[in-house]
Every structure is written in structure tokens, then in C-alpha cells.
Design a protein around this ligand. Structure first.
Ligand code: SAM
Ligand code: DTB
Ligand code: SF4
Length: 367
């Protein structure tokens, strides 16, 4: 069946609510029509700039306004990144995804350094992904010229629920960023988080937003919230495997060609649970003992599971050609020195304000 870009929330909810065995069978069938069911793409995350973020994303341990005990770090150096990428390659990863705790990309020295990281990793013949916050079309094109393979920017939830999670940026900015990435010919990676207190209607709403993009994102990460102490979502109940399976299977059915990534939350899942996610259409994971700041299963454990299930890691550039890297001195796309006006909706989110107050008190008590 051809990929549809006109899914409605009602149709997606009807899929999500099917008896689980039927839902998984249907998803597994779609999966086999579009992918080798024994191949899984493996990405390694690298937090190149950690913590101190100005945003108020209610789930995020890196937001400066909350009191979490993560270790903050300035931007890593290019040799440090190269060493980590080589380690990731040796452990079987085909992609490195570099994340920074930034609201948006700003032209200047730090962005130039990130561009050099992209060139360096692409030259190691690995797929390079970045997740740096909002980007303009010009910035996306500069990343493309450096050899970027994918850009990750999550919609996180439905437009309606997004307002209850973040007050410092708007949904349209997220969509505009995805559009900018698309115009640069870099592949799009966009998904979200379940378990933030949203309803299943919000999960379906997020899948409508993603599946109606033309083309659909090449990869869609599905994260289970990792509730981190000090964030407004610290007391959120863990996502059950049944919900994860429904979300993965539904994503697979509405976006048949995309790589569906079983992302954050794997440490709370059994190996059998993860195997069922692969059966239901997940064909990508984040490997390495750390995500950005929180734990992830050990690489050896993952490789044992792959062996047990007969899964093989996907090789780099199996899905799309390797981009060419243009050296800094030959760059055609020049910085525009833009001052983009990303929106700041500033609505009130009580939970976020409470967490901010608690953090202030904790800091005072410490001083
Ligand atoms: N600062 C950039 C941004 O927000 O686009 C990039 C890094 S940000 C940490 C990347 C994504 O990680 C978020 O969009 C969110 O989906 C995910 N994430 C962050 N904290 C999480 C948590 N506690 N549990 C699950 N996913 C989380
Ligand atoms: C995505 O969807 N999940 C990754 C990646 N894209 C950047 C991040 C998960 C972060 C989980 C919380 C942490 O480790 O800080
Ligand atoms: Fe900052 Fe990204 Fe975390 Fe939001 S999700 S606080 S933008 S690092």
C-alpha cells in the first residue's frame, strides 16, 4: 500500500486501540513490506554541550531552571568528538547523534566548531546527526555542506499538549525548523515522548502532525519519558510496555517507510519487551551506556540481545547516499548573520514554575 499523508486523528486512534495481537500483526506485516525485519539501525548519542539550557521543557534534566544533578559541560572539542565517534564505530554504531542543550543554533565560533565535528565524523564514514535546537534554512544548508546526514528535532507531543510542557517555544517553530531541514536535503528525524501525562489522543495528534509531513520524516524516535528528579515530571509514572508497543506499532503503520527508533526508556524495559517492540516495527535504537544525561542499556547487553534474536546492525548509508563534505575554506553557503525571531509564547505552566521555585530554594539552602 502506498504511503498516506492524510491520516486523521480518528483513524490513528482506531489503530492504536485495536486488540494488541491484531495491532502487532498488522504492524509486523507493514514492517516486512518495507524493511528487512532482521536489521536494526544503531545510533550513538553524544552530548556535545550539556546542561544550562535556557528553555523550560518540563521533561528535561538539562534545563538550567530545574535542580537536577547532571554534570554540565561546555562545547566539546573536535578531537574529543572524533575519539568518541571512533569508539561508537568500533562498537557497531552506524550513526553518531550529537546533542546540545541549546534553544537554537547561533552563527559564530561554536557553530563553526560543530560544523567541523560534522566534517570529521562524515570522513569516518559514519552517518552524522545533530540535534541543536531550532535552525534557520541557511544554518541547515551549512550543516548539509559539512556532510550532515540527519537532523533531529522532536515535535514531542500534540500541539495541544505541547503547551502544557513548554512555555519558552512554540509548536510552529518546531515545524518551521523541520521545514528548514527539509529544504537543505538533510534527512529529517522527528518524534516525541510518551508518558508525560498526555492522553492517547495527544499521541495520535503527534502522529498526525508527523505523518502528514511530505515526505514523512526518515526517522521517528519514540521516547518513553525518563522521569528525572528535580524536573517538573519527576513523579510521572513509568510508561508500560503495552503502551510502548501500541505507540511503536501505530507509528509503524502510519509511517511505513520511516525508521522507527525505540529511544529513551529502554532501561525500564525487559529484553522480551524490547523484542516485541522490534516485532511491532521498531528498527532503530540508541546504543551506548548513556543517552544524553541518563542511563541506557550496556552495549554488550544489546549485542547479546541482537544475537539471541538474529538481528543485524544496519550498515551506514544503506538508506541514503553518503553526503559529500565541503571543507570550511571551500564553503559556498555563507553565514547570513541572521537574528531569527523564534517565538516565545510565555504561557504559564504551574508545574514548571513550582519546579523552578523548588530549585531556587534548594540552591539557597546549599549556599
Ligand atoms: N536542545 C535541543 C532540542 O530540544 O531540540 C536538542 C536536545 S533535546 C535533549 C532532544 C530531545 O530529547 C527532546 O526533544 C526530547 O524529545 C528528548 N528528551 C529530553 N529529555 C528527555 C527525558 N527525560 N525523557 C525522554 N526524552 C527526553
Ligand atoms: C531523541 O528523540 N531522544 C534522544 C535524542 N533524540 C536526542 C535524547 C533522549 C534524552 C533522554 C534524557 C537524557 O538522557 O538526558
Ligand atoms: Fe533545552 Fe532541548 Fe532540554 Fe528543552 S529539551 S531544555 S531545549 S536541552
Amino acid at each position: 500500500m502506498a504511503t498516506r499523508h492524510d491520516w486523521t486523528k480518528e483513524e490513528i486512534l482506531a489503530i492504536y486501540d485495536k486488540p494488541l495481537m491484531e495491532l502487532m500483526y498488522e504492524a509486523a506485516t507493514v514492517h516486512r513490506q518495507h524493511h528487512d525485519p532482521n536489521k536494526v539501525q544503531v545510533s550513538t548519542l553524544l552530548s556535545i554541550k550539556t546542561g544550562g539550557c535556557p528553555e523550560d521543557c518540563g521533561y528535561c534534566p538539562q534545563a538550567a531552571r530545574y535542580h537536577t544533578d547532571i554534570e554540565e559541560n561546555d562545547l566539546m572539542s573536535v578531537p574529543q568528538v572524533k575519539a568518541q565517534a571512533l569508539r561508537a564505530k568500533a562498537s557497531g554504531s552506524s550513526r553518531v547523534c550529537m546533542g546540545s542543550a541549546w534553544r537554537n543554533v547561533k552563527d559564530g565560533e561554536e557553530f563553526d566548531q560543530v560544523l567541523e565535528m560534522v566534517r570529521t565524523i562524515n570522513k569516518l564514514d559514519m552517518e552524522v546527526c545533530c540535534t541543536l535546537g531550532m535552525v534557520t534554512e541557511n544554518q541547515a544548508k551549512r550543516l548539509a555542506e559539512a556532510g550532515l546526514y540527519a537532523y533531529n528535532h522532536n515535535l514531542d507531543s500534540s500541539e495541544e499538549y505541547y503547551e502544557k510542557v513548554i512555555s519558552t517555544r512554540g509548536y510552529q517553530d518546531r515545524l518551521d525548523t523541520l521545514d528548514n531541514v527539509r529544504k537543505s536535503n538533510v534527512t529529517v528525524c522527528s518524534g516525541g515522548i510518551i508518558g508525560m501525562g498526555e492522553k492517547k489522543e495527544d499521541r495520535a495528534g503527534m502522529l498526525v502532525a508527523l505523518s502528514t509531513l511530505t515526505p514523512q520524516p526518515e526517522s521517528v524516535p519514540i521516547n518513553a519519558l525518563v522521569p528525572v528528579e528535580g524536573t517538573p515530571m519527576e513523579d510521572q509514572e513509568l510508561v508500560s510496555i503495552w503502551e510502548m508497543l501500541r505507540m511503536i506499532a501505530t507509528t509503524r503503520i502510519v509511517m511505513p517507510e520511516t525508521q522507527v527508533r525505540l529511544s529513551a526508556g529502554r532501561t525500564n524495559m525487559s529484553q522480551e519487551g524490547q523484542a516485541m517492540c522490534f516485532f511491532a516495527g521498531a528498527n532503530s535504537i540508541f546504543a551506548g551506556d548513556k543517552l544524553l544525561t541518563t542511563p541506557n542499556p550496556d552495549v554488550n547487553e544489546d549485542m547479546e540481545l541482537f544475537k539471541e534474536l538474529g538481528l543485524k546492525p544496519q550498515q551506514p548509508f544503506e538508506q541514503h547516499e553518503q553526503p559529500k563534505t565541503v571543507e570550511a575554506e571551500d564553503a559556498q553557503v555563507k553565514p547570513l548573520g541572521e537574528k531569527p525571531k523564534w517565538s516565545r509564547p510565555k504561557h504559564t505552566i504551574e508545574k514548571n514554575l513550582e519546579a523552578k521555585e523548588k530549585a531556587k530554594e534548594a540552591k539557597k539552602a546549599k549556599a
